[in-house]
Design a binder for this molecule. Structure first.
Ligand SMILES: Cc1ncc(COP(=O)(O)O)c(C=O)c1O
Length: 336
């Protein structure tokens, strides 16, 4: 029986091409900055995003942390959304390791609008912390994308107020695909950008942060400080190159599969689709007993996360075929 893992796009396995690239990579000591494969990956990532420079880091969490650390001082405040990944899923790293306060935007759709930034900006007052950074996310963790126009206006507003902008673009390529724009256009709405090579792009590990040369030089120092300076990292960077060259070009398959699943779910009485999928994520409620549904899934070889207050999330990725989604649909019918 095939194992069908619908829990997340983080479960993707390296492709054969990645495994070969890993084995054959030309490597060096990346702390000395002489690993040619890492250097090539960083050059490519910077070019793709239209930024001066880029840095290869272990994870999206490390990329966000270093971006915040490099653009803030202890006691500073950043503005972000209450459900952004840096708030809900990064173990309070920005407080624990950067000493940064947060001012949270509270919109139901998790977007941040220019007026939210204006309202959250602290006045120049002896009593108040210094507002320094806005942290945006696109695609959002709720599976929606922030329109480019909003990103542009957010950036203009932040710059007018003297703030820097960091973009958590863990799924930047999914967002650009859904918005039918170039990743450069999204990257132009931020001073620093993090995107993941793992997740939908299939690398076993790694994320990139991109920005000015000065920002990257300081982030590299901070990466060393937190123990993230790797040595023969080219073996991993080689997968990142395949991710950029090959895997970015197939993401539409995951989006199409998510749309297929949503269309099928809409036909079933007792299934409530939360919204039309915009990237590779489908959210739905089910008028069926959760334990029964989960057990049916398990028996069919499907790995699903338990619901979040009744809402299930399915994530499509390179390891999921359309037929696998039919197996899920069958389980839903049985559970109902
Ligand atoms: C929006 C967002 N940002 C950051 C991350 C962190 O990435 P990592 O798991 O590589 O630390 C994730 C992970 O799922 C994410 O969804």
């Amino acid at each position: 029986m095939k194992r069908i893992d619908l829990r997340s796009d983080t479960v993707t396995l390296p492709t054969d091409e990645m495994r070969k690239a890993m084995a054959n990579a030309e490597v060096g000591d990346d702390v000395y900055m002489d690993d040619p494969t890492v250097n090539l990956l960083q050059k490519k990532a910077a070019e793709l995003l239209g930024k001066e420079d880029a840095l290869f880091v272990i994870s999206g969490t490390m990329g966000n942390l270093l971006s915040i650390m490099t653009q803030t001082r202890h006691g500073d405040e950043l503005i972000t959304g209450r459900n952004n990944h840096i708030i809900t899923h990064e173990v309070g790293g920005l407080a624990a390791l950067c000493g940064v306060m947060t001012r949270l935007v509270n919109n139901d759709n998790d977007m941040i609008y220019p007026e939210d930034i204006e309202a959250a900006m602290r006045p120049d007052d002896i009593h108040e912390p210094r507002s320094v950074l806005v942290c945006l996310e696109n695609a959002l963790s709720n599976g929606t994308v922030v329109p480019l126009e909003i990103m542009k206006k957010d950036y203009e507003t932040a710059k007018r107020l003297g703030l820097n902008v960091h973009l958590d673009g863990a799924r930047l390529f999914n967002a650009a695909l859904a918005l039918n724009c170039d990743v450069k256009e999204l990257a132009a709405c931020a001073d620093s950008v993090m995107f993941c090579l793992s997740k939908g792009l299939g690398s076993p590990m790694g994320s990139m942060i991109c920005g000015t040369k000065e920002f990257i030089a300081q982030a590299r120092k901070n990466r060393k400080r937190i123990g993230g300076g790797g040595r023969q990292m080219g073996h991993m960077a080689a997968c990142g190159l395949v991710a950029l060259d090959v895997m970015t070009k197939r993401l539409h398959e995951d989006h199409d599969n998510a749309k297929y699943l949503a269309a099928e779910l809409k036909k079933i009485q007792g299934v409530h689709l939360m919204s039309e999928p915009e990237i590779s994520m489908v959210f739905f409620k089910l008028d069926a007993d959760e334990a029964k549904f989960m057990s049916l899934c398990k028996d069919a070889g499907i790995l699903m996360n338990p619901s979040d207050r009744g809402v299930y999330r399915v994530v499509t990725h390179v390891g999921v075929e359309k037929e696998d989604l039919d197996v899920l649909i069958e389980c839903i019918h049985k559970a109902l």
